[in-house]
Structure formats: structure tokens, C-alpha cells
Design a protein around this ligand. Structure first.
Ligand code: CTP
Ligand code: MG
Length: 248
């Protein structure tokens, strides 16, 4: 049996149903332009750039699935890949779950990738897939931190917050996407792990709650999440640098 058959085919689920409140007023974040192209299209291309990815499932804003379908049709995308659009939910966790339930049975490996990380390089995507195919049920790309992190006791707004602990920085990692999973493991996590409030912001964290081991592989600085207005400035600069490099 080939590697590909044993691990099943690989799909990428892209949650893109968020509003982008922290980015400020405007269109839903995933539909905003970067270098003239919607962020979501960059993210879809980043996943489809991996030859291992045979299906991309985009999770659209709840009433935005037709618009997102039109958007995919209007942009050039690799033809070896299939594309599917499903409506999302109120939280990221619900949106990812909706995408997972839409996967056909032939998929054995699944990536979950934020539409808000449009510039992740294909080498990072391939490294995550390779680690899952080598037998890890859950793989997370991550970077070490530049800033020291403090744990605080959040208090009344505007008042100084007491520090509770300072975790050793060298042992901390900031996690990115795409996170890669054995499909059955992630589906089980989403079907069984209840998370209160705004839900899980991290799929690997749900797998950890099953007691299943999660491993970290090197992430990439260009896989940063576009969250606040300054991130748009950085993303445009990265794109401009890529264009300049391509020109030579
Ligand atoms: N997401 C989603 N469904 C939701 C909320 C978020 O699919 N109900 C997606 C976002 O579209 C994004 C990813 O999850 O691609 C990461 O979330 P985040 O960066 O927090 O994006 P938003 O929720 O859109 O931003 P904000 O929290 O600032 O509103
Ligand atoms: Mg959010």
C-alpha cells in the first residue's frame, strides 16, 4: 500500500466565517483584499499549492456561501484540487465542525487552516502533512516567542492587573495553522469535546482533551494571523517582497 493510500487522501478545511471585529469595520475579514485579491483566495491557494491536498473545504459566513462560491469561480485555482463551500456557525469551533462533517469518507488526513493566515508558505503545509503521514495524530506548526508572557488575574477594566505567574519563555510556543490531523481523531474531538463560551480557538487543544498526543513542528513567520489593522500593513509588505523577488 502506498503512503498516500494508508493515510487516505488529504483535505484542507478553511474556516472563513468570522467577522473580523478586531480588524475594524468593513467586509467580513476573509473577503477583504490583500494585494487586490481577497484574503480567502490567498489562503485557498496556499492550501491547494500542496500537491498532497486533493480537496479544499471553505467554511463561509452563514448567509455568504453563494457569494464565496462565486468568488472561488472568479479566481484561478489549481485544477487538480476539488473545492467545496459550506456555511459556518457562530464560533470558529462550530465552523470547523461544519467543514469536517462535509468531508467525504475517502479523506484520511485533514488540515485546518485559518482564512486569516493567507500567506503561509507551501513548505510549512507540506511539513505538517508529512508529520501526520509519519504517524502523528495531531500536528501543530508553532514558533517560539519574542515577548515574555505573564499570567494575570484579570480585574476591573482599566485597573492594574496582578501577575500570577511568569511561564519559562523557552518552553512556550505560539501556534499557527495549518494544523494537521488524522481525520477520525479530529472528528471524534469535535463530536465529543464540549467547550463552553466562545468555543475552542485551537483544534489541537480539543484533541489534547481526548488524551491524544499532539506534536509541534516549526512554523513560519509568514504564517502570522491577520488580526488587527497593523497586520494588514505587514501582509502587504510580505506580498510586495514576494513580487519583487519573483521579478528577478
Ligand atoms: N472563524 C469562523 N467562524 C467563526 C469565527 C471565526 O470560521 N464563527 C474563522 C475566521 O474566519 C478566521 C479563523 O476562524 O479565518 C480565525 O479566527 P479569527 O482570527 O478570530 O477571525 P475572526 O473571528 O473573523 O476575527 P475577530 O475575532 O477579530 O472577530
Ligand atoms: Mg475570532
Amino acid at each position: 500500500m502506498s503512503e498516500q493510500t494508508r493515510a487516505g487522501r488529504t483535505a484542507a478545511v478553511i474556516p472563513a466565517a468570522g467577522r473580523g471585529v478586531r480588524l475594524g469595520p468593513g467586509a467580513p475579514k476573509a473577503l477583504r483584499a490583500l494585494g487586490g485579491t481577497p484574503m480567502l483566495i490567498h489562503a485557498v491557494r496556499a492550501m491547494a499549492a500542496s500537491r498532497a491536498v486533493s480537496l479544499v473545504v471553505v467554511v463561509a459566513p452563514q448567509d455568504g456561501a453563494p457569494e464565496v462560491k462565486n468568488l472561488l469561480d472568479a479566481h484561478s485555482l489549481p485544477e487538480r484540487t476539488d473545492y467545496l463551500v459550506v456555511p459556518g456557525g457562530d464560533t470558529r469551533q462550530q465552523s470547523v465542525h461544519a467543514g469536517l462533517e462535509a468531508l467525504p469518507g475517502t479523506i484520511g488526513t485533514v488540515l485546518v487552516h485559518d482564512a486569516a493566515r493567507p500567506l503561509v508558505p507551501v513548505d510549512t503545509v507540506d511539513a505538517v502533512i508529512a508529520a501526520v503521514r509519519d504517524g502523528a495524530p495531531a500536528v501543530v506548526p508553532a514558533l517560539s516567542l519574542a515577548d515574555t508572557v505573564k499570567e494575570v488575574e484579570p480585574g476591573e477594566k482599566g485597573l492594574p492587573e496582578p501577575v500570577v505567574a511568569t511561564p519559562e519563555r523557552a518552553r512556550l510556543r505560539a501556534v499557527q495553522t495549518p494544523q494537521g490531523f488524522d481525520r477520525d481523531t479530529l472528528l471524534r474531538a469535535h463530536r465529543t469535546v464540549a467547550v463552553s463560551g466562545d468555543g475552542a480557538t485551537d483544534d489541537a487543544g480539543m484533541v489534547e482533551r481526548l488524551g491524544t498526543p499532539v506534536v509541534v513542528v516549526p512554523g513560519h513567520e509568514e504564517a502570522f494571523k491577520v488580526t488587527r489593522p497593523i497586520d494588514l500593513v505587514l501582509a502587504e509588505a510580505v506580498l510586495a517582497r514576494r513580487r519583487a523577488n519573483d521579478g528577478f
